[in-house]
Design a protein around this ligand. Structure first.
Ligand code: AP5
Ligand code: MG
Length: 229
């Protein structure tokens, strides 16, 4: 059965890390709006020029732009069998637009990942990403946790800090999450397919909890459609 997973969480909660794992496990595409925007900035496209400053300051890109980006991406053939959205929706307006876009395309399983703020700040401070392929480093046991530098084990690219991972912008991103994105939790929490996951646990345990919730939500959907909310 196809499903559409929406991952909500503050910066550094592990959305990208877990979305990579779930997309490998279920063979459906990961759609990370942050990655799409960063790639556009890197390539200097018209979208990239429009959003560069907004991302650098830790604010939200407009709903209009984001809904357009996601509508186009979900229209591609690989998303017909389900998808994992990492970082979208981030506002109630975006969530309503998503409901409309995927009407009849399987349930939305929405999860929020909770992690206390000091741990978020710590994680983002040690995170490094490959400048060439975008792979993220900095989780438990990662070389960058202690050394703060290195090379990508996948492609050999240089590991760098994301432009928005400096402390001032991190604080702004956390503020924006509280103000604009937390209302989303209230939008989804009445649905039987919603769950809150403890993102403070080791990554493997977070993945196990996530997969258990997906299986429960799918079973509910198969059993009677109440989970089709
Ligand atoms: P985006 O790229 O989505 O950034 P974010 O939401 O701030 O989230 P991060 O990518 O920083 O964190 P993550 O939760 O993915 O954590 P990760 O897995 O890397 O968005 C960037 C910007 O784009 C926004 O600020 C906005 O401007 C714009 N934008 C994007 N979408 C938008 C939208 N819909 N509307 C408007 N604007 C939008 O993990 C973090 C670190 O922790 C890593 O080093 C990882 O290895 C480590 N880690 C992961 N899990 C664990 C664990 N369990 N224990 C210990 N360490 C862990
Ligand atoms: Mg991410």
């Amino acid at each position: 059965m196809s499903f559409n997973l929406v991952m909500i969480g503050p910066p550094g909660a592990g959305k990208g890390t877990q979305a990579d794992r779930v997309c490998r496990a279920y063979g459906i595409p990961k759609i990370s709006t942050g990655d799409i925007l960063r790639e556009a900035v890197h390539d200097g496209t018209s979208l990239g020029r429009q959003v560069k400053e907004t991302i650098a300051t830790g604010s939200l890109v407009s709903d209009e732009i984001m809904i357009g980006v996601v509508r186009e991406r979900l229209g591609r053939p690989d998303a017909r069998r389900g998808f994992i959205l990492d970082g979208f929706p981030r506002t109630v307006t975006q969530a309503k637009a998503l409901d409309e876009m995927i009407d009849g395309r399987g349930p939305i399983i929405a999860i929020v990942m909770s992690v206390p703020e000091p741990e978020l700040v710590r994680r983002l401070g040690v995170r490094r990403v490959c400048a060439d392929c975008g792979t993220t480093y900095g989780g438990p046991g990662s070389v960058t946790e202690s050394s703060g530098a290195g090379r990508c084990t996948r492609c050999g690219g240089l590991l760098v800090q994301r432009d928005d991972d400096n402390i001032d912008v991190i604080r702004q991103r956390l503020r924006v999450f509280t103000e604009a994105t937390e209302p989303l939790v209230r939008y989804y929490e009445g649905r039987p397919t919603f769950a809150s996951i403890n993102g403070l646990q080791p990554p493997d345990k977070v993945t196990a909890d996530l997969r258990a919730h997906i299986e429960t939500a799918l079973a509910m959907s198969r059993a009677g459609g109440r989970a089709e909310a």
